[in-house]
Design a protein around this ligand. Structure first.
Ligand code: GLU
Length: 477
């Protein structure tokens, strides 16, 4: 591909599963490369596996891409709508002598070659028998309607070599490549044919995809060459592993991007984290990076050869950093739907006052529901009376603190400064340490021993709710 061609990259998921972390990372790298170079990012849905591809999965992929902010410039194109191109390409390859019809049993189309059982892995001596069929016999059998697959005719000798932008030079001897199927007898293309036909047709300049496709590349290069098309740059990105260094899978927790969305990760944090899974900027000490920084620093040279380990703790840390950096209004906007979806009716003015109190205390947006549910419920869930007892105190002390607290709060303005001052003074007068006074009140109004700052919490709850809850606690001590 001429160095001057404008960059065109694609993300080509198969909708046989949800958009998973690995796929999203591949999409992100393509997107970053397109945005870095001012190129074009194409979305292509590889749905030729009709039995396993579903509309629901297609939707899931689009939702995941949109959530991550990976906007595409062209597509989505669906391979299922482009069958004529693949069939015509297979025909062209037969006509140019680069492929042949194979009449062997249908089962063999899915397996790679009738001679695959050859233990040495040397296909050159055991090529498909149909390779040698005389042309007139092939024509006659086809004309009589006999079903046939189309196989690529792999050169007898030599090797295919390419310089992977990540892994460096890779070379595979042709004797190790079977005459792979291009088109099955039902006219459905195999992955190799459809991917190459499309990449040529869409003028893809850089194929950036998972390292699991390295071994497919020589076959695909043979197709480019047979079709007289310029080769793209191949960049294979390392795999993503779980903490136990096996390939990331459900065993390690959520792998679907949507699950992370639902848990309350911010897309910008998730994107930042994914970008660093197998890529590092030139100054690799920097971890929190805006989109603009990621786009300006992204390069294929920065992609690592070694597999990346998915570290949930680090992802959560990063999410918490992003949460804290959001302006209150914006964080409130993100929290409100979660509160509402949990069945609480929170208005945005109230939420705006709660946000600053909890934002240091949550790692995921959904943590709000456990850290601060007491702001939204009318009734607190029942808690153990023993929780009301302050340190170095007893139930009698708790009772006294609650009684006095209620009296004081009933006559104080509900702003946090006034509340703080009034409760401190009351504690002093009663000979209690401030903490001994605050503890039972905190438990009474929040139902828990750790909460956001007490006076601010009281202020947001309001006088009526605070007094009601303290009264209720007094009934049980
Ligand atoms: N549909 C293939 C996959 O999901 C795409 C591979 C490629 O990018 O060439 O793995």
């Amino acid at each position: 591909m001429a160095a001057s061609s404008p960059v065109r990259v694609r993300f080509a998921p198969s909708p046989t599963g949800y958009l998973h972390v690995g796929g999203a990372r591949t999409a992100l790298f393509n997107w970053l490369y397109a945005r870095h170079t001012g190129g074009t990012f194409i979305l292509r849905i590889e749905d030729t596996d009709f039995e396993r591809s579903t509309q629901e999965m297609v939707e899931g992929i689009l939702v995941g891409m949109r959530w991550l902010g990976l906007d595409w410039d062209e597509g989505p194109f669906f391979q299922s709508k482009r069958m004529a191109l693949y069939q015509a390409t297979a025909k062209r390859l037969v006509e140019s002598g680069n492929a042949y019809y194979c009449f062997c049993k249908k089962e063999l189309e899915r397996g790679e070659s009738p001679t695959k059982e050859d233990a040495s892995g040397d296909f050159s001596k055991h090529r498909d028998p149909c390779r040698a069929l005389p042309r007139d016999e092939t024509v006659r059998r086809r004309a009589s309607g006999e079903a046939a697959a189309v196989r690529f005719l792999v050169p007898e000798v030599g090797s295919t070599r390419f310089d992977d932008a990540v892994f460096g030079p890779i070379e595979i001897a042709h004797s190790e490549i079977e005459d792979f199927v291009l088109l099955r007898s039902d006219g459905v293309p195999t992955y190799h044919l459809s991917v190459v036909a499309d990449d040529i047709d869409m003028r893809i300049t850089h194929v950036i995809r998972g390292a699991d496709h390295v071994s497919n590349t020589p076959k695909q290069m043979l197709l480019y060459q047979a079709l007289g098309a310029p080769l793209p740059v191949f960049a294979h990105v390392p795999l993503i592993l779980g903490p136990d260094k096996t390939r990331l899978s459900k065993r390690h927790g959520a792998t679907s991007v949507i699950a992370y969305k639902d848990e309350g990760f911010l897309p910008e944090a998730f994107r930042n984290y994914l970008a660093l899974l197998g890529w590092s900027p030139p100054d690799s000490t920097k971890e929190i990076m805006s989109d603009e920084e990621l786009i300006s620093l992204f390069s294929l040279e920065g992609i690592s050869k070694s597999n990346a380990v998915f570290d949930r703790t680090k992802l959560e840390w990063m999410n918490a950093e992003y949460i804290r950096a959001l302006p209150v209004e914006q964080l409130t906007e993100r929290l409100l739907p979660i509160v509402r979806a949990a069945g609480y009716d929170a208005d945005s003015d109230k939420m705006q006052r709660i946000t600053p109190l909890i934002r240091e205390r949550i790692k995921l947006l959904r943590d709000l529901l456990t850290a601060a549910d007491f702001f939204f419920t009318d009734e607190l869930p029942t808690y153990d009376t023993a929780l009301l007892i302050p340190q170095k105190g007893d139930l009698a002390m708790a009772k006294k603190a609650l009684e006095r607290g209620r009296e004081v709060l009933a006559h104080t303005d509900f702003n946090h400064q006034a509340l703080g001052q009034a409760l401190r003074t009351a504690a002093k007068e009663m000979g209690l340490k401030p903490g001994q006074m605050f503890w039972p009140i905190r438990v009474a109004v929040t139902g828990r021993t750790a909460s956001p700052p007490l006076f601010e919490t009281l202020e947001v709850l309001g006088k009526e709710t605070a007094l009601k809850r303290i009264g209720k606690a007094m009934g049980v001590v």
